[in-house]
Design a protein around this ligand. Structure first.
Ligand code: AMP
Length: 194
C-alpha cells in the first residue's frame, strides 16, 4: 500500500495536488475538511457542532476527526492506498493514525509538505473565497486564525514524521504541473527504496 500525508497550510494547494496524485497512484482520497463540509451541508448534529469551530478558523476536536477517518478506513477495505489531505493536523491525530494503520498491517509511506509563504496563502484563499463562496475563505480574520492554528498546532506534525524519516518538503509556489512532478518524484523514490 502507498499511504501519503499531504501536508501544508490552508491554501497550499493540497486539494489540487491530491486530485492529481489520486489519479496517478490510484489512491482513495480522505479529506477531513471535505467530510466536515458535507456534514455541515447535510446539517447533521456533528456538522452543526463542527460549523461553529470552522466558522472561527479553529480546529475541530481530535476525537471527532479521528472517528471520521477510522470509519472511512474501515469503509474502504480494498483500497490500494490512501491520501490524507488536511489530516493529521495535530500530533495526537498523527499518533492515532499510526495506530489505525498498524491495525490494518500498514503505515504512512511518506509525508509530502507543500511550503508556501503566508502572504501568498492570504491572496490565494481570498481569491478562492470569491470564486467558490466558501465562507471561511472570505474573511481575513478567519484566514489569519487558520494560519495561526496551523503554525501552533499543525506545524509540529512535520517533526513527528521527520523523526520517522518520512518528511519531504516541496516548494508549493510554481506551476501546478511542476509541483506535481516534484511530488511524484518523491513518491517514486520512496517506493523504489522500499
Ligand atoms: P480544510 O478544508 O482542510 O482547510 O479544513 C477546513 C476546516 O475544517 C478547518 O479550518 C478546521 O476547522 C476543520 N478541519 C479540517 N480538518 C481537520 C482536522 N484534521 N482536525 C481538526 N479540524 C479540521
Amino acid at each position: 500500500m502507498i499511504n501519503l500525508v499531504l501536508f501544508g497550510p490552508p491554501g497550499a494547494g493540497k486539494g489540487t495536488q491530491s486530485e492529481k496524485l489520486i489519479e496517478r497512484f490510484h489512491l482513495v482520497h480522505l479529506s477531513t475538511g471535505d467530510i466536515l463540509r458535507s456534514e455541515v451541508a447535510n446539517r447533521t448534529p456533528l456538522g452543526l457542532e463542527a460549523k461553529k469551530l470552522m466558522d472561527q478558523g479553529l480546529l475541530v476536536p481530535d476525537e471527532v476527526v479521528i472517528g471520521m477517518i477510522e470509519s472511512k478506513l474501515d469503509g474502504n477495505p480494498a483500497a490500494k492506498g490512501f491520501i490524507f489531505d488536511g489530516f493529521p493536523r495535530t500530533e495526537a491525530q498523527a499518533r492515532a493514525l499510526d495506530g489505525l494503520l498498524s491495525r490494518k498491517g500498514t503505515s504512512i509511506t511518506l509525508m509530502l509538505a507543500l511550503e508556501v509563504t503566508d502572504d501568498e496563502l492570504m491572496s490565494r484563499l481570498l481569491k478562492r473565497g470569491k470564486e467558490s463562496g466558501r465562507a471561511d475563505d472570505q474573511d481575513e480574520t478567519v484566514i489569519r486564525k487558520r494560519i495561526s492554528e496551523y503554525a501552533s498546532k499543525t506545524a509540529p506534525v512535520r517533526d513527528y514524521y521527520a523523526a520517522q524519516g518520512k518528511y519531504t518538503g516541496v516548494n508549493g509556489i510554481g506551476s501546478i504541473d511542476s509541483i506535481f512532478n516534484e511530488l511524484c518524484g518523491a513518491v517514486e523514490a520512496s517506493m523504489a527504496a522500499r
